[in-house]
Write a protein that binds this ligand. Sequence first.
Ligand SMILES: Nc1ncnc2c1ncn2[C@@H]1O[C@H](COP(=O)(O)OP(=O)(O)OP(=O)(O)O)[C@@H](O)[C@H]1O
Ligand SMILES: [Mg+2]
Length: 283
Amino acid sequence: MRLKLQDLTRQFGKKTAVDAVTVDIAPGQMVGVIGRSGAGKSTLLRMINRLADPTSGSIHFGDVEVSSLRGSALRHWRRDCAMIFQQFNLVPRLDVMTNVLLGRLDHRSTLASILNLFTREERLLAIAALERLGIEQTALQPAGTLSGGQQQRVAIARALMQRPKMLLADEPIASLDPLNAKIVMDSLRDINRNEGITVLTNLHTLDTARTYCERIIGMSQGRVVFDGTPDELTADAVHQIYGVGDASTFDEGMTSTSITVPQPTAEHTGIHPSSGVRSLATV
Ligand SMILES: Nc1ncnc2c1ncn2[C@@H]1O[C@H](COP(=O)(O)OP(=O)(O)OP(=O)(O)O)[C@@H](O)[C@H]1O
Ligand SMILES: [Mg+2]
């Protein structure tokens, strides 16, 4: 089923965070959304998942009008489009296995949930999801004791437990070092290719979007200013998206944390102090 956003707009007071965005995403695409800080990337994703409501415009998934869903239909939609976040959003004191099983909550009766009765089938599914992400050995550890990269993989396993039709990711690697960033992006690509699940991910580094996404959407001040393949993303287009400097001198490296060449200083922060879009965008 296609995801269609039509003139999607969100205002916060006088600020237009997302401005008349019209986008049509075919099933199974891997799409990266890029843009400087404040461009509206998170707000766009949050509206699709209905964590934020549009001010105007519409969201359709197949024949369903997502923007008007309420009650159980809205819960089903949230299950269908699983979301992962920069800060993982796990329950740190609960073990990994339980965190992954929490992805099943919406599939279950309230009573079974209250009694914490996960079925044998659900447990097997959880183990399979952890194996899929290569972290089954951590199943009994409290989630908070894992490395950032491992925690993000737990979050992806939890998302898979929802049997989603779409995976939304809001800067999934922004808190990770280059090696873990690569593992997480490889996992998302693997899920996209093997399960055919649409992946829509905000990314703050251009090189990651180029490497992993077949389609890149560039946002600036709430608007889509680029929508095309990595090949079509020319220096001029990059300049339009990030809106700084001169197109001829714009250094793409400024938006890069390169996940192929680990830098020692990036080991713990995941973002080299002088090279992230964050620092670029705050100048
Ligand atoms: N809850 C809110 N209340 C008021 N303004 C908001 C709210 N959420 C977002 N905004 C504003 O909307 C604009 C877009 O914010 P958004 O978080 O979507 O940008 P972003 O592209 O995700 O940025 P970043 O790269 O920093 O995550 C910003 O100007 C932000 O200040
Ligand atoms: Mg954001």
